[in-house]
Design a protein around this ligand. Structure first.
Ligand code: DPP
Ligand code: ZN
Length: 879
């Protein structure tokens, strides 16, 4: 497989103005007839007449016709990846007939079958598995699509845009024709044919357009779409209010399918969703699921402007639409729920997965420079770090400056395929007075890795001044040995002895400005002196996590406890607790390594006690404050990751807190029990989260009373959030009821695939020593299928997230994963590649584990016929 480089980008030699697609669906074979109106791209005219080279793979070519003249096979050339038609006039109508077998498509890219229904996934390069095409995002065409199928089996026929005509044939078949008036790249094409039921609603846009909203699901699931529909309407309204963006067609359709590689897909007016992000009721879905649905429905809807109306020039620009759209869905969810809680959740995820990516062999910039397989670049860096870059624009320009930039971006680029540089230029040009070095800011797109910021502060009582020194550094990443300093927005406050924010006046300024302000760290090392500081402050740095960096600040445990209680910035109150917990857990691991007993400092237990005492102020926040950093995230702070030490230390803290604060935890648990009807509101979700956090500590302490509470919650729980929280604790325990509970759950929910996914995950995440054995056994369970991505993510993905068990010292976890990757690669390379990424951190572990991991990576590498997807990740990992 060959690498593709950003620096090789050239505009297409040909353009396609219109596509008329006819798709004839039959059980044995599907025939696709595609009529393309092509013309030479004027911007490439100087180079002389280039042949028309279309992308295409995994299909059979039947015929090629140019301007109604059937070509002889000698008149064109076909390879495994392309069709070349030489000697065309300036413009032509090219008709291509191909045959495909969607029923045998296990890769779930292009046209495939899920639960007997036809659906498509074309991003990034799936359209070339349906017909030959210029399958690149800078070729935008108008589509007219006719779908023909047997009416009884496939009563519903959908594509993008508007239904313009339909009819029945005499032989029991029927057809429907759809036209999409908006030019679009092929990756946004979609079609669906199947036996689906629909739930309908409507939304009136602010300028009065009536939009019909439909969600299509398999019969029987109609009762589980209300939350998704509600989320869609909220998203449509929010985008009008927050960004001034309205929907632009009369129909918006969502189809839920159970076999889907990603979460969902933003095809123009025909979003295709993984059922996981559509179906929910309180019996089957957790609060996390409800929030996930709200976010993903919004995300895909928001793509209609950020992605569809303005799309990417090439796939190196993926973050142009994904980073921006993730940022938009984060803003939306923050507005619908609690902003600080949402921020804490987003940062937790960023650190857990993106910081890990940045620190390993697959590190890449937000705008990558090269790839072998684009599917490998739908990453936390492109998505989540990309969203942080958007957030930094807003932090630097303020809400109004940011909005001006967004408005200019749409004014300039509506209908175009553009780059992250174009986006930056719009932000810059809309804010000519902003004191931002844009060339330096652009480095956030170009440099991989997580910057480290070291801070140091000194208070001088005599001059009443506080001097803050910040130093930034960025370690080398693959292909980038040298790094330049970044423009890092540092939102900070100075907290006075009574907990109030002190006024912030920098030396040389006339007056103080606010209680939080944004400093621009632009140099490798820079000092800032604040004057008129009445007493020694505790600095609160990177409020709201104002930049995606790792902060090192040598403050005392007492200062952290102070910030936990007093900081006016909710994010930093949480952050102080996390920093303290991290420090203590790492200290305990060091004690264990030195052969000493691990002890939990009483001050830490006291700090947790104080959090419990304040918990009623904001229960969702308290639940997050009680959450210890994950073992995976803690591992990122160790020179050599010690998975067993981390697991034991973390469990020891949980046990100690559970037994020392048992009474308070039980009281709080009782207070949080539902006293009204079940509700999906931030308030009710906060109650449940806090209650389950308390239950977790109580179970860790292992007393009989806690076990009884947990079993009672499992058996009598109203709603999946409580049932699953209890089941996870049971699955992690030695309770004699354990097996019976797990079995009862599977019996109860065997007809609900999404609930069975949870059942697989709780077992895969169990800290028990027999977890791998159980996971192996579960791969043979009737509800498991290696062909269903959700099942793979739930069981295999769950297991690789279980640091202590996956990284077992004997290499058994690695061997298991390698077997599954090889099994998957022949079926679904995209999913196989996602799984193989779990090896990427292998060099962070000790020599013994490294040897085991290397052996498995080499075993995969040596396997003939590897997909480019897995090949690329393995190559990088071994590099
Ligand atoms: N389906 C993916 C997303 O919406 C890729 N566009 O992010
Ligand atoms: Zn997206």
């Amino acid at each position: 497989p060959k690498a593709i480089h950003l620096s090789d980008y050239a505009p297409p030699a040909w353009l396609i103005d219109t596509v008329e697609l006819h798709v004839d669906l039959r059980e044995d074979v599907t025939t696709v007839t595609s009529r393309l109106a092509v013309r030479r791209n004027p911007v490439r005219a100087a180079e002389g007449p280039a042949p028309l080279v279309l992308d295409g793979e995994a299909m059979e070519l039947v015929s090629v016709t140019v301007d109604n003249r059937l070509l002889h096979p000698a008149d064109y050339a076909v390879t495994a990846e392309s069709l070349t038609v030489p000697r065309l006039p300036e413009a032509a109508t090219v008709e291509i007939v191909t045959r495909i077998k969607p029923q045998e498509n296990t890769a779930l890219q292009g046209l495939y079958k899920s639960s007997g229904n036809y659906c498509t996934q074309c991003e990034a390069e799936g359209f070339r598995r349906i017909t030959y095409f210029l399958d690149r995002p800078d070729v935008m065409a108008r589509y007219t699509v006719t779908i023909e199928a047997e009416k009884a089996r496939y009563p519903v026929l959908l594509s993008n845009g508007n239904l313009v005509d339909q009819g029945d044939r005499l032989d029991g078949r029927h057809w429907a024709r759809w036209n999409d008036p908006w030019p679009k790249p092929s990756y946004l094409f979609a079609m669906v044919a199947g036996a689906l039921t629909q739930v309908e609603d409507r939304f009136v846009t602010r300028s009065g357009r009536e939009v019909t909203l439909r969600i299509f699901v398999e019969p029987g699931n109609e009762g589980k779409v209300a939350h998704a529909m509600d989320s869609l309407k909220k998203s449509m309204k929010w985008d009008e209010d927050a960004y001034g963006l309205e929907y632009d067609l009369d129909i918006f359709n969502i189809v839920a399918v159970s076999d889907f590689n990603m979460g969902a897909m933003e095809n123009k007016s025909l979003n295709v969703f993984n059922t996981k992000y559509v179906l929910a009721n309180p019996e089957t879905a957790t609060d996390t699921d409800f929030l996930g649905i709200e976010t993903v429905v919004a995300h895909e809807y928001f793509h209609n402007w950020t992605g569809n109306r303005v799309t990417c020039r090439d796939w190196f620009q993926l973050s142009l639409k994904e980073g921006l759209t993730v940022f938009r869905d984060q803003q939306f969810s923050a507005d619908m729920n609690s902003a600080p809680v949402k921020r804490i959740q987003d940062v937790t995820r960023l650190r857990q997965v993106q910081f890990a990516e940045d620190a390993g062999p697959t590190a890449h910039p937000v705008r990558p420079e090269s790839y072998i397989e684009i599917n490998n670049f739908y990453t936390p860096t492109v998505y989540e770090k990309g969203a942080e870059v958007l957030r930094m624009y807003r932090t630097l320009l303020g809400p109004q400056g940011y909005r001006k930039g967004i408005d200019l971006y749409f004014q300039r680029h509506d209908g175009q395929a553009v780059t992250t540089d174009d986006f930056l230029a719009a932000m810059r040009d809309a804010n000519p007075d902003a004191a931002v070095d844009w060339a330096q800011f652009q480095l956030w797109y170009r440099q991989a890795g997580t910057p480290v910021v070291e801070a140091d502060g000194a208070y001088d009582a005599a001059s009443r001044s506080y001097r803050l020194t910040l130093r930034q550094s960025l370690a080398p990443t693959p292909g980038q040995p040298e790094k330049a300093p970044l423009l890092i927005p540092v939102a900070l406050g100075l907290v006075g002895p009574d907990g109030a924010d002190l006024p912030l006046r920098l030396e040389g300024e006339a007056a103080a400005a606010g209680s939080t302000r944004v400093l621009h760290l632009t140099e490798a090392s820079q000092s800032f002196t604040f004057v008129d500081v009445p007493a020694a402050p505790v600095p609160s740095l990177f409020r709201g996590f104002s930049a995606p960096v790792r902060l090192r600040f040598p403050c005392s445990d007492a200062e952290l406890t102070f910030l936990m209680a007093k900081d006016s910035d909710a994010f930093n109150r949480w952050e102080a607790g996390q920093t303290l917990a991290t420090r203590i857990i790492l200290g305990m691991v060091a004690e264990r390594t030195a052969g000493r007993a691990m002890t939990v400092p009483p001050a830490f237990v006291e700090a947790v006690g104080a959090t419990l005492a304040r918990a009623h102020e904001d229960r969702s926040f308290a639940a997050l404050a009680l959450m210890l950093p994950s073992e995976g995230y803690l591992g990122q702070s160790m020179e050599v990751v010690d998975p067993d030490g981390l697991h034991e230390a973390r469990e020891t803290i949980r046990r100690t807190v559970g037994s020392s604060l048992g009474a308070a935890l039980r009281r709080l648990y009782g207070e949080c029990r539902e006293d009204g009807p079940f509700a999906i509101t931030p308030e009710a979700m906060g109650r449940r989260a806090l209650k389950n956090a308390c239950l977790g500590y109580l179970m860790a302490a292992g007393d009989a009373e806690a076990a009884a509470l947990c079993l009672e919650q499992y058996r009598g729980g109203s709603g999946m959030t409580d049932v699953l929280a209890a089941l996870s604790l049971i699955a992690d325990s030695d309770l004699p009821e354990r097996e019976a509970c797990l079995e009862a759950f599977a019996t109860r929910w065997q007809g609900e695939p999404l609930v069975m996914d949870k059942w697989f995950t709780v077992q895969a995440l169990s800290g028990r020593p027999d977890t791998l054995e159980r996971v192996r056994r579960l791969t043979g369970h009737p509800a498991f299928s290696i062909r269903n991505p959700n099942k793979v993510y739930a069981l295999i993905g769950g297991f690789t997230a279980n640091q202590a068990r996956f990284h077992a010292a004997d290499g058994s976890g690695y061997a298991f994963l390698a077997e599954r990757v090889l099994e998957l690669d022949g079926l679904n390379p995209q999913v196989a590649s996602r799984m193989v990424k779990a090896f990427a951190r292998w060099r962070k572990f000790d020599a013994g584990r490294q040897a085991h991991a290397r052996a498995q990576l080499e075993r995969i590498q040596a396997t003939p016929g590897l997909s480019p997807d897995v090949f690329e990740i393995v190559e990088r990992s071994l590099d």
